[in-house]
Design a binder for this molecule. Structure first.
Ligand code: BGC
Length: 396
């Protein structure tokens, strides 16, 4: 008997995502770098050279396109555009414009993220998202990014995971961002991030042809029986509020990895014996379908783009299992009428996983830490074959 093929809509985009600080290397001018080197830091290791993608971005994109993928999400490192307050690096702007041009030359659709967690040190010193100047600063940076976007970048993400950014700004040590239980967000920071998003969207709308949105970490909070109210209260300020705030946007990004069970006292740890990944998160591929359905419902019908989904594992075959199950769930949501524009896997490369360092490997491509040689894993070829067919043939 032949297996059924799950077809994706015509024009569906397939690709992978990265973020500047996690792959470029040597981002000394941002707020993360000094924290990585601070005495007594709980960050397990510094980012250092990362994947040296600042120089090797063409090779990264070549691997992506050779596999059969067509879309690459990457971010602009704000601290390379404005390393000091009052100084704009023309070379920095030119670098990212070259990245856009390289993508287009290779036939790749670029999706550009303006801010993926890291900010210039001077902005952090000024109070970061708590500073009264924050939204103005971000608006100015958005203006500075316009020559990078030119008139040929369609997809722009203003702010990556504002919900996680607001939780980190809650004052909690990022090393405590574990598999369950996220710190309470700073609600003032959440408002400032939303204002910054709106300011950026207005500026981008003036260009024409740009579709902008923000990307939310959907966390699939699942109540135990009788805990629906606790789950609502816990989840709304960490997740749903950001989806509701995206109503009226051109699209909304869903970034899904795992679920969190909510008991009477809040989040539960992953039970003994349940499979977990290298980040300690529960292996739970259905998180994608749930995240996408929730985004569609909470935004009241804003088109969804899966801007991150993946698994930290040293077992690449397990990455394929996870992604296959996640894509089957995504397909079910699409079949029920949810409009989804594309799927971008996190991540293209084994990169710097923030406070956890290099151990949790999310990549479709392994990177040699000494030579920076890129070694595509079987999962890259597998995802590329799904992309070429624009369809998934589940193995079981
Ligand atoms: C972030 C990435 C991160 C990934 C895996 C998302 O929260 O946008 O920067 O590496 O999840 O933890």
């Amino acid at each position: 008997m032949r297996n059924t093929v799950l077809h994706f809509p015509d024009g569906f985009r397939w690709g992978a995502a990265t973020a500047a600080h996690q792959i470029e290397g040597n981002n000394y001018a941002n707020d993360w770098w000094p924290r990585e080197w601070a005495e007594g830091t709980s960050i397990v290791e510094p980012s250092g050279d990362a994947c040296d993608s600042f120089h090797r971005y063409r090779e990264d994109m070549q691997c992506l396109v050779d596999a059969g993928l067509d879309t690459y999400r990457f971010s602009i490192e704000w601290s390379r555009i404005e390393p000091e307050e009052g100084f704009v690096s023309k070379a920095g702007v030119a670098h990212y414009r070259r990245m856009v041009e390289t993508a287009l030359e290779l036939g790749i659709t670029p999706m550009v993220t303006l801010m993926h967690f890291t900010v210039p040190r001077w902005f952090a010193d000024e109070g970061m998202w708590r500073s009264p100047k924050a939204a103005d600063r971000f608006a100015r940076f958005t203006e500075l990014a316009l020559p990078i976007l030119g008139d040929d970048v369609e997809w722009v993400c203003t702010i990556n995971e504002p919900n996680i950014a607001a939780m980190i700004a809650g004052g909690e040590d990022p090393a405590n961002l574990v598999a369950y239980g996220l710190p309470a967000p700073d609600l003032h920071v959440a408002d400032t991030l939303l204002e910054s998003h709106h300011r950026a969207r207005e500026i981008l709308a003036g260009v024409g042809g740009i579709r902008s949105g923000w990307t939310v970490a959907t966390q699939d909070f699942q109540p135990e029986p009788g805990c629906e109210d606790v789950a609502h209260e816990y989840g709304h300020q960490r997740d749903d509020w950001y989806l509701e705030a995206a109503r009226g946007d051109d699209w909304v990004g869903v970034q899904a990895y795992t679920r969190t069970i909510i008991g009477p006292d809040g989040p539960r740890p992953v039970p003994e014996g349940v499979e977990t990944t290298l980040t300690g998160w529960e292996y739970y591929p259905l998180a994608l379908e749930h995240g996408v359905r929730s985004a569609w419902e909470k935004t009241q019908g804003v088109p969804v783009f899966v801007t991150e989904n993946g698994i930290a594992t040293a077992d690449d075959a397990r990455r394929v299992d996870y992604t296959e199950a996640a894509l089957a769930g995504l397909h079910a949501a699409i079949a029920d009428g949810v409009r989804v524009e594309g799927y971008l896997h996190w991540s293209l490369l084994d990169n710097y996983e923030w406070a956890s360092g290099y151990r949790p490997t999310f990549g479709l491509i392994e990177v040699d830490k000494d030579t920076f040689e890129r070694r595509p894993k079987p999962s890259l070829g597998w995802l590329g074959s799904v992309a070429r067919a624009n369809g998934l043939t589940p193995r079981a």
